[in-house]
Design a protein around this ligand. Structure first.
Ligand code: SAH
Ligand code: SF4
Ligand code: F3S
Length: 468
């Protein structure tokens, strides 16, 4: 492999574009950190860049099509600057590996989610006239020692990655193949990152992982079940509830959120810790995927509709006003009309504040692609998705209506998209809230009286500044 010639003195410019989930956006900050140690500074202008990285997603076919289109556009950037280096990173890079170099001739670097420490070397190889690839997955890498460079930051909210990979193997999902085995990050490095963010003036952090409820630290390395730990490992182990408590105590002035929870693994211990600490936000993203037990079974989600409903009851019995959101897949293999209707009633019964809703997209190599038939016609998937969206929108509106006349605490994040005279933030339950700016500032926690609502937004007026 080539020597790393891109030393700090060379100061080249790097432009990173992130796609997909929050973990990818968080990874881009790790990439920026690694590259900055090798003399690359981040730029927001792609035309000014020596290196363009696309940090890609592979979760659905349309996510990959977007990248293909973007690569087509980048041909003209390369025509204008023949030294321009184009790298495809992240989940699509990991899924397609060297096929991507074969198929997309303008791509110089292909790097998977566990090989970002190698990026400077890969770029150096391209400098010497080659094309470079590293898609090795790791059982240990957590990038826990790095200080992420906050990209496109609003200076108020930030992500902290607490674990990587996923061991769940839901039959529809490509993530275990693109991000490898689950591993948890050292809690001390997580707490340090939280404290650093608090010192830098941030007001809210979101702890990230594909299945945060299975977070378990016992000294490092690939995931083990609590049961298989040695007595010594058990004594010093830190689970997700412990981690939440460590963070809640370490940064009492930061709001803390987390994502994503898995219905099988979320437990009372976690919800009780949330109830105990005011800075742990009353909000849980708890993807159900389907409301039908047979469909959940062939999705390999390892829970039933009743199990899911029991978790909702447990959460609401401990935190009555907990915000709950969901992910739903429409038209999974062999789903009948009756089974689809079970998803509609699940939304009504659980009263989700909002959901991310998708048509099933078969991903090559996944258990569903190998063993099941993607047999629901596209138009039926589309119709079922529309029905799901209609029910969810009605439920969201009903939930939001209950806020009219009440006050909520909103952390100001940015100007509202619709008017620069309004601030936009979120309440404790993660519902977007908008109110006139007046003298309030970004980063303020403001008590807002809700006067009107839409399906997605609470609208009100500020009453005064407040504290957590
Ligand atoms: N770890 C999270 C989900 C990560 S992927 C969890 O287990 O809940 C985010 C969402 O994308 C999933 O919840 C699912 O709703 C959706 N998704 C994943 N694979 C998909 C596929 N093949 N087709 C359509 N949607 C998919
Ligand atoms: Fe995918 Fe399931 Fe893991 Fe979520 S828990 S990332 S859906 S395999
Ligand atoms: Fe996409 Fe990878 Fe996230 S596939 S959803 S970027 S883990």
């Amino acid at each position: 492999m080539a020597e790393v010639s891109n030393t700090p003195s060379s100061s080249r410019k790097m432009y990173i574009e992130s796609y997909g989930c929050a973990m990818n956006f968080s990874d881009s900050e790790i990439i920026a950190s690694i590259m900055s140690e090798h003399g690359f500074t981040a730029t927001k202008d792609e035309l000014d860049a020596d290196v363009i990285f696309l940090n890609t997603c592979a979760i659905r076919d349309n996510a990959e099509q977007r990248i293909r289109e973007r690569l087509k556009q980048l041909r003209s950037n390369k025509r204008q600057n023949s030294d321009l280096i184009i790298g495809v990173l992240g989940c699509m890079a990991e899924r397609l590996k060297d096929k991507l170099l074969e198929e997309e001739k303008l791509v110089d670097v292909v790097a998977g989610p566990d090989s970002y420490r190698e990026l400077p070397k890969l770029v150096a190889e391209v400098d010497e006239g080659g094309r470079a690839i590293n898609v090795l997955l790791s059982r240990e890498e957590t990038y826990g020692d790095l200080n992420p460079v906050r990209l496109n930051s609003n200076g108020v909210t930030a992500f902290i990655s607490i674990m990587r990979g996923c061991d769940n193997m839901c039959s529809f999902c490509v993530v275990p193949f693109t991000r490898g085995r689950e591993r948890s990050r050292d809690p001390q490095s997580i707490v340090k990152e939280a404290v650093d963010l608090q010192n830098a003036g941030y007001k809210e952090i979101t702890l990230l992982g594909q299945n945060v409820n299975s977070y378990l630290w016992f000294g490092g390395g690939a995931k083990k079940d609590f049961k298989s730990l040695t007595d010594e490992e058990k004594a010093s182990s830190v689970d997700f509830a412990d981690l939440l408590e460590l963070c809640a105590n370490a940064v009492p002035n930061l709001r803390i959120r987390y994502s994503t929870s898995h219905p099988r693994d979320i437990n009372e211990k976690v919800v009780r810790v949330m109830a105990q600490y005011p800075n742990l936000c009353n909000y849980i993203h708890l993807p159900a995927q389907s409301g039908n037990t047979r469909v959940l079974d062939i999705m390999s989600r390892n829970y039933t509709r009743e199990w899911y409903m029991d978790k909702i009851t447990m959460i609401r019995s401990i935190i009555p006003d907990c915000g709950i959101s969901c992910d739903i897949i429409a038209g999974f293999c062999t789903e009948t009309e009756e089974e689809h209707k079970d998803t509609l009633t699940l939304i009504e019964e659980c009263k989700f504040d909002f959901s991310y809703m998708y048509k099933y997209s078969e991903r090559p190599g996944t258990p569903a692609a190998k063993k099941l038939t993607d047999d629901i016609p596209e138009d039926v998937k589309g119709r079922r998705l529309a029905e799901i969206i209609t029910v969810q929108n009605r439920v969201s509106k009903e939930n939001n209506q209950a806020y009219i006349g009440k006050t909520v605490k909103v952390l100001v994040e940015a100007a509202s998209k619709k008017s620069k005279n309004d601030w936009m933030g979120r309440n404790d339950q993660n519902i977007v809230t908008v109110f006139p700016c007046e003298h309030y500032q970004k980063g303020d926690l403001v008590e807002v009286l809700i006067e009107r609502i839409t399906t997605t937004t609470l609208i009100g007026k500020a009453i005064g500044k407040t504290t957590i």
